[in-house]
Design a protein around this ligand. Structure first.
Ligand code: ADP
Ligand code: MG
Length: 377
């Protein structure tokens, strides 16, 4: 990707003046209302996965409210307490995992638990070094800078980030022509939290500069049921345990999808005049929505059907799949495939994607002659 404005004149760095203690500011801001944060507006249009419409009130505000990811929460809680005890920023942290699993939510929570401000931006929004410098120099001591989709940073921006992360300074060009020179600015000690759906696309040098690297995993059915119940109670709709479990089970292991489904199921139940959501309401609505018993949606089923029927089970390259389905390769790799791989419907091999017999059976498809997909063991 070409970056048209790179090395353009950076905005003048703002000196840290009249800063309050981080805890005070967090308390003042209500610590939860991050929509007031300066970087917020820049983020929304660039975030994939419909995050812009996601209401902040659904986001858990503390580690205790964050459902699931028990091992991750235990570790982060220790790191946060230790950093606070030393009066230091949290070490730079990379969170990776498929979209909708709670990376952005966790960044909000970490800043809250650290008692500092969160500044939000994303890889594609940082168009040149000057924009990065603007973000970095606006940080107060121990604040968190959250860069979503950090794998999409322009290479020159990424390089400036190295010295910021490692030495707490950033070099900026000042002046023009023969008087041009660079000046190094000292930054307040800060935490970078990076989020990515694609660790494989992250450069080695960038990844090496994170001291904490943690995956966020798909959620279990019970955890998703708990998220459905939590969201339903925030929305003020009663939902039966069986209905919540069914919605959770069909949410592709993903809280964002669970939250989306409970809203849609609520619409169906409401229009039918139901007072609460029962199992029958949930299954009827999920059928209408095209979500099957395994939680697969239309695109999941199109992808698997394509491999089974048109490629005799595979292997087929992801580019060819993307072209046949009319979907960008990145969507397939970051959004569609991880869940299918995790559930054993799909395999990734060196020669391409391979469908499993479980996939063919689930879709009710006959194995075509000359099946090249995976065989059951
Ligand atoms: N552990 C969790 N507990 C409860 N709700 C969650 C959890 N993780 C995510 N969510 C909900 O799912 C939605 C998507 O989470 P988000 O942090 O935006 O995902 P990501 O940044 O990984 O794409 C949020 O609205 C949040 O309310
Ligand atoms: Mg996010």
């Amino acid at each position: 990707m070409r970056v048209p404005h790179d090395d353009g004149p950076p905005p003048p760095p703002r000196p840290p003046k009249g800063r309050k203690r981080p805890g005070e500011r967090a308390a003042e801001a209500g610590a939860s209302d991050m929509s007031q944060e300066p970087g917020r507006a820049a983020l929304s249009p660039t975030v994939a996965g419909g995050e812009a419409g996601e209401s902040l009130s659904l986001r858990p505000q503390s580690l205790a409210e964050y459902v699931g990811q028990a091992a991750l929460k235990r570790k982060l809680e220790v790191f946060v307490r230790a950093a606070r005890g030393r009066d230091e920023p949290l070490d730079h942290t990379l969170l990776h995992g498929p979209p909708g699993l709670g990376k952005t939510t966790m960044a909000h929570i970490l800043a809250h638990e650290l008692g500092v401000r969160l500044h939000l931006t994303s890889g594609p929004a940082i168009e040149h070094k000057g924009v990065l410098a603007g973000h970095l120099t606006a940080l107060g001591p121990r604040d968190v800078l959250f860069i979503d989709e950090i794998h999409r940073l322009a290479p020159t921006v990424e390089e400036s980030l190295y010295s910021a992360m490692e030495d707490g300074r950033i070099d900026l060009p000042v002046g023009e022509g023969t008087r041009a020179r660079t000046i190094g600015f000292e930054l307040a000690p800060f935490t970078l939290i990076g989020a990515t759906t694609r660790t494989a696309l992250l450069s080695g040098p960038l990844r090496d500069r994170f001291q904490i690297i943690e995956a966020i995993e798909f959620y279990g059915d019970d955890e998703l049921a708990a998220i459905v119940c939590r969201t339903a109670s925030i929305l003020g709709v009663p939902v039966s345990g069986a209905a919540a479990l069914e919605i959770g089970r069909r949410s592709r292991g993903t809280p964002r999808i669970a939250n989306r489904l409970i809203r849609r199921v609520r619409d169906f139940a409401q229009v039918r005049g139901a007072r609460s959501i029962e199992l029958a309401d949930a299954t009827a609505a999920l059928l209408e929505l095209g979500i099957d018993s395994e939680g697969l949606d239309m695109l999941d089923r199109r992808l698997l059907t394509m491999i089974v029927e048109n490629f005799r089970g595979g292997p087929v390259g992801v580019e060819a799949l993307g072209a046949s389905l009319g979907e960008p390769r990145d969507t397939l790799e970051s959004v569609v495939e991880p869940f299918l791989l995790q559930r054993g419907f799909l395999l990734r091999t060196s020669r391409g994607r391979v469908a499993t017999m479980k996939a063919a059976r689930h879709l009710g498809l006959e194995l075509p002659p000359g099946w090249q997909g995976a065989l059951d063991l």
